[in-house]
Design a protein around this ligand. Structure first.
Ligand code: CA
Ligand code: CA
Length: 363
């Protein structure tokens, strides 16, 4: 389970971030016929006023899920028709303050704070992977470190540093703290941690379909939560990386790392940071061919993702979907702020660019 340390030496999370020109003409044609989203027409449904504090009502509807530009990676295709029922979703990423309340009440310890179980970790690795020295098999997480200059963008190990003592209360490492960052998104939370928080809050993680639908903010098939204005002209729309990744961040948007939630305008549904700031865990398992499987099934209402996880880059490691991009994303690398962009991470891994938000069913 505790695979997180191995992101140092194996190709995983952001490997698929390198842009691939996989624009599929047939898919683009098919999506032009399904790209128009259909939304509930009822102007003010009864449930809208019942949204719990900090959440907003998202109308149900039908849309074409999947990549819609030449930046689309192969796992974003083919586009396929999906329907979602109305639901409530958190307006913001879960903050340090909110997560602290959960920990205070439950005594919960995140995976990044627990000792590493090598035998469990080895089950997620290729057979006969040698055990690392005990000196590094200690509680910790992965922290971004800028490089000194341009590097091969396929080798993410150059900018992710396994950091003993990094966890949600110490986002940059043991000497850092979250003092003064109470309204920043919580980071270094694994999928399991996020699920535990959601249960405590009486909520759940969003499905990938719900997340994409909500991120579109009621716009007709937008590329980004804010519309179609390209990222390089949208520094005031979201917290991402300007300049040259991973060595020079010019911070036109005002933030090198995480920003307080609500620092940028909300999308059409009133949701903040659906693009950038931190990646957000979804309920679904990640499968590289999930959309091919979905297309074969035809239109599905409230899809919950594939039964099994499979990432060909790391076939031994179960992964879940993350969405929305982070303060590290830019067009040269992952364009994670596109509404259709899919990424994945092993469910027990924490990073200082990954957090989450929750949803709640409407009864
Ligand atoms: Ca930024
Ligand atoms: Ca986000």
């Amino acid at each position: 389970m505790l695979y997180r340390f191995y992101l140092l030496s194996l190709v995983v999370l952001l490997a698929a971030c390198s842009p691939k020109e996989t624009n599929n003409e047939a898919d683009q044609k098919s999506l032009s016929s399904t790209g128009k989203a259909k939304r509930e027409t009822q102007a003010d449904p009864p449930a809208k006023k019942d949204a719990p504090e900090g959440m907003v009502y998202i109308p149900g509807g039908t849309f074409a899920m999947g990549g819609k530009s030449d930046q689309a990676d192969e796992d974003e295709l083919p586009r396929h028709e999906v329907a979602v029922s109305p639901f409530f979703i958190d307006q913001t990423e879960v903050t340090n303050k909110q997560f602290a309340e959960f920990v205070k009440e439950t005594g919960y310890k995140t995976i990044a704070e627990r000792a590493i179980d090598w035998e469990a970790m080895a089950q997620q690795l290729p057979p006969n992977t040698p055990k690392p020295p005990d000196s590094v098999l200690q509680a910790g997480s992965l922290v971004f470190k800028a490089t000194n200059g341009p590097v091969n963008l396929r080798d993410y190990s150059q900018w992710w540093a396994w950091t003993i003592g990094a966890d949600w209360q110490h986002p940059e490492g043991p000497k850092s703290s979250i003092e003064g960052k109470e309204d920043h998104p919580v980071v270094h939370v694994s999928w399991d941690d996020a699920v535990e928080y959601a249960k405590w809050a009486g909520k759940r993680l969003p499905t990938e379909a719900e997340w994409e639908w909500a991120s579109m903010g009621g716009l007709d098939d937008p590329k980004y939560p804010w519309g179609n204005l390209e990222a390089e002209q949208s520094f005031d729309k979201a917290n991402f990386w300007q300049g040259f990744f991973p060595y020079k961040n010019t911070e036109e948007d005002g933030f090198y790392s995480t920003a307080p939630v609500k620092s940028f305008p909300a999308n059409g549904y009133g949701l903040f940071d659906m693009a950038g700031n931190v990646w957000e865990w979804c309920q679904d398992k990640y499968h590289v061919s999930a959309y091919e499987q979905a297309k074969e099934q035809g239109k599905v209402t409230n899809p919950t993702g594939p039964r099994e996880s499979f990432d060909p880059m790391e076939p031994y490691t179960p992964k879940h979907v993350i969405r929305g991009g982070s303060f590290l994303c830019n067009d040269s690398y992952c364009s994670g702020y596109r509404v259709a962009r899919r990424m994945r991470s092993s469910k027990d891994s924490g990073f200082n660019h990954t957090g989450f938000r929750c949803v709640k069913d409407i009864k």
